[in-house]
Design a protein around this ligand. Structure first.
Ligand code: GLA
Length: 378
């Protein structure tokens, strides 16, 4: 990401220069809403994210400027100093979570900007958290491993932003590796890197953004999590992870119809992630794609986190012969992720763009996926 704007805004506001830190957004090939169920996910970091320039300012205040929103905020670092602006709460939350873990954070100045689209399901918020978690622990020499960085980001969401998210987004942002997806067991945090190069097999991975903005804060996201926790409890388990359909059917009359459907989706998704990992090891992209469609319709019909526009995009993808297509991320808007054969790519993009435009009056945005490295100092 070009750093000229961040550099010039930092200079303009603080009349000095600092260091640059970057953390990426993520894609997720499969394994949606499984992270907070203790299950598996299969994400990778992308080449888009958040870039921040930061310098210690010798006070006990944070002075932060968001280039994209064109807003400047100052806040202290005690619990009662929480800023109102939602973007600033991410930075405040990270500071607080580091302090709560015993880290000594001093005041600093920062200007930041992003090229990861907001509310598109690409984890712009995790990118923001990871950027500051990585930068502040580096700058203030707080001994923190990468697992803890991811947990600081997740705790920020829980405690300062109102989203009871899982660990996937922050983990992918911090641990990302160029050309690799990460198969992560969200219960043990055991993970392995999978080389992922669809182009070598004649495929492309592309995101189609419906531009329906999703907003997980105060959204039904937390309700989905609560449904899963209720079912796990009836099953006598900490997480839904590992539950079978037979076990679920055996308690069907003790849970609501809605909770049943939510759990049915999660149990199916658990299987699909493992299938996809296995298929990839055999370069079996057809199976990968088939599971992606199953995930889409599971998320739409059972988990009910899709929307009309995303269902439309997945349907058009199928009609165009796209190998796999599904809603990606938390849901309620954002992008589909599509695995497309090279020779069908141009036609798919042209057809999806035209049909979507005809129906919804605006074109979707297209982002080719480039799997990249995680949090770093530039
Ligand atoms: C959001 C959350 C993640 C995960 C996904 C759905 O991105 O932040 O923790 O639950 O939704 O897979």
């Amino acid at each position: 990401m070009d750093n000229t704007i961040v550099r010039s805004k930092f200079q303009e506001h603080f009349n000095t220069t600092g260091d640059l830190y970057f953390s990426p957004g993520r894609i997720n090939l499969i394994g949606e809403h499984t992270d907070y169920n203790g299950g598996f996910v299969f994400p990778g970091a992308i080449d888009k994210g958040i870039l921040a320039e930061i310098k210690v300012n010798g006070t006990n205040k944070v002075r932060a400027y968001s280039v994209d929103i064109d807003e400047y905020v100052e806040f202290g670092m005690n619990e009662e100093d929480a800023p109102e602006q939602s973007w600033a709460r991410y930075i405040f939350g990270v500071v607080r979570e580091i302090i709560k873990r015993g880290g000594q954070v001093g005041g600093f100045d920062t200007a930041f900007a992003g090229d990861v689209p907001l509310g598109a399901g690409l984890s712009s918020s995790a990118a923001l958290e990871s950027t500051f978690a990585y930068a502040l622990t580096t700058i203030f020499q707080i001994d923190t491993d990468k697992f803890e960085l991811a947990k600081i980001g997740q705790a920020t969401e829980h405690n300062y932003c109102g989203v009871k998210c899982g660990i996937m987004d922050q983990f992918a942002s911090v641990f990302g590796k160029k050309g690799h997806l990460i198969r992560l067991d969200c219960r043990s945090l055991e993970h392995s890197y999978f080389p992922f190069d669809p182009a070598a097999h004649g495929y492309r991975l592309v995101l189609v953004n419906s531009c329906v903005k999703h907003e997980l804060v105060g959204s039904p996201y937390n309700d989905r999590r609560a449904s899963c926790e209720r079912v796990a409890k009836v099953l006598g388990q900490e997480f839904l992870r590992g539950a079978t359909m037979a076990q679920l059917d055996a308690i069907k009359d003790q849970i609501s119809e809605e909770d049943y459907k939510r759990a049915r989706y999660v149990i199916g998704e658990e299987r699909r992630v493992l299938d996809v990992c296995e298929a990839l090891e055999k370069d079996d992209y057809e199976t990968v794609g088939a599971r992606m469609y199953e995930t889409h319709w599971g998320m739409s019909l059972d988990y009910e986190v899709s929307c009309e526009e995303l269902d439309f995009l997945a349907t058009v993808a199928k009609e165009c012969g796209v190998t796999g297509s599904r809603i990606m991320g938390g849901g309620f808007g954002g992008c589909t992720i599509n695995l497309v054969k090279e020779e069908l790519y141009d036609n798919f993009i042209a057809t999806a763009t035209a049909k979507f435009n005809e129906k919804y009056g605006h074109e979707p945005k297209i982002y080719p996926v480039i799997i990249s490295d995680g949090s770093r100092k530039l």
